[in-house]
Write a protein that binds this ligand. Structure first.
Ligand code: SF4
Ligand code: SF4
Length: 391
């Protein structure tokens, strides 16, 4: 059959038999596809999307704003890749969704907030439309300097650099690294978007341009090792930059901090609190980093770590992936991912939700407010917890 719309993996889309297992966690106890959980329609589930894409490729469904909205409601959380029962194509599920979004970009048919996001990143180098010269303002008072031959670059990313809640996490990470004697610098006003979410939203041309510019810049500065604040940047640097010529050693800040603890270069005293850890999708499912954040928390005297029912490989997305942090296509209703996640955290009896991603920090802070739980639950970055335990 001649296809009306084509994508790279068009030849395997028909293999989905719509059993629906992909929207659950591995114990099938609840839904674990955030967009299905938020909207409750099968078209918003991974299998439903596959069937929509099939109908769209074959011309039964026209490209329209509803189709685009459903494609962009996917947070790229990767749960379906883990849970689809059909091994011969499950690895390609998120790619098929990304390829479909890329085709929507090619056809000029993306939801307005997605279009605005691309425009802001293209013009300003960040989605906040803020002036680049102020990108390093967060660093004032932390002691971290601009990169000049340090062992590591600390790459922040747009949310950590500009968002108030993200900046709080960033400042803690910088202070903890400096206090531990790590040789680390930042790019400040020379840092631009890493492009991870640009790629997830299907703007492959813009992603390639951002990635290539960053690779050239990092190499010119002699950067070899990169610590990322943000799991999204970690994912892009680790997986998507190497095919474009990058050969940097990349670490997430929790990996470095777990080592610093082992070497006793970080020595927290005590923090008597019950904490539950929220796995960021781009650190957990996308990159299989589950241990280091938990190792840090377990090493803090007095701290009790409790797990949410959906954690680790079954972690429930905060709703901020795939660009939804900026486009807000999933909204903030009662079953929005952040609010669902906060209720899951509440069930553990914890008073702190530990996070390792600035996007998760913001999404969950907003959700705590929306649930009216500010007196019971607070959201803290792993480095903020280390600092609190060192007071
Ligand atoms: S994507 Fe996989 S698990 Fe989901 S409906 Fe299709 S075959 Fe079933
Ligand atoms: S990647 Fe996540 S949000 Fe997207 S379809 Fe799969 S489970 Fe749902």
């Amino acid at each position: 059959m001649e296809l009306v719309h084509n994508i790279q993996h068009a030849d395997i889309v028909h293999r989905c038999f719509r059993c629906g297992y992909c929207k659950f966690p591995s114990d099938y106890s609840d839904f674990n596809c955030p967009s299905y959980k938020a909207f409750g329609w099968d078209t918003y589930s991974p299998g439903g999307r596959m069937w929509l894409i099939r109908g769209w490729m074959e011309g039964e469904i026209k490209t329209n704003s509803h189709f685009a909205e459903i494609m962009y409601a996917c947070t790229a959380c990767d749960n379906c890749k883990n849970q689809c029962v059909f091994p011969r194509f499950r690895d390609f599920l998120p790619e098929i969704f990304e390829e479909t979004r890329a085709e929507l970009v090619n056809e000029g048919f993306v939801p307005p907030p997605v279009r605005d996001y691309f425009k802001a990143v293209t013009i300003n180098g960040n989605p906040y439309k803020l002036p680049q010269e102020r990108r390093g303002d967060w660093a004032a008072g932390t002691g971290i300097q601009k990169f000049s031959g340090h062992e590591y670059l600390l790459y922040i990313g747009s949310v950590g650099a500009w968002d108030e809640i993200g900046q709080k996490m960033t400042r803690s990470v910088a202070r903890v690294l400096i206090k531990a004697g790590v040789s680390v610098g930042i790019l400040a006003d020379e840092e631009t978007c890493d492009g991870n979410d640009v790629k997830a939203m299907g703007e492959t041309g813009l992603f390639k341009q951002l990635a290539t510019d960053n690779i050239i810049k990092f190499k010119e500065k002699g950067i070899v090792k990169i610590i990322t604040l943000d799991p999204h940047a970690y994912n892009a640097f680790k997986k998507d930059y190497p095919p474009l010529g990058a050969d940097f050693q990349v670490f997430h800040h929790t990996q470095i901090m777990a080592e610093l603890l082992k070497e006793k270069r970080i020595t927290p005293s005590t923090y008597p609190v019950t904490v539950t850890y929220h796995d960021p999708c781009y650190l957990g499912r996308h990159n299989a980093i589950y241990g280091p954040p938990r190792d840090i928390l377990k090493a803090i005297p007095g701290l009790a770590l409790v797990e949410m029912r959906q954690s680790g490989v079954n972690g429930f997305c905060c709703g901020g992936g795939g660009g939804n942090f900026f486009t807000d296509i999933l909204g903030s209703g009662e079953d929005s991912p952040g609010r669902v996640r906060v209720r899951q955290a509440l069930q553990t009896g914890a008073s702190v939700i530990a996070v390792a991603c600035p996007n998760c920090a913001k999404m969950l802070c907003d959700a705590v407010k929306a649930e009216g739980l500010e007196e019971i639950l607070r959201v803290q970055g792993i480095a903020e917890i280390i600092e609190q335990a060192s007071l």
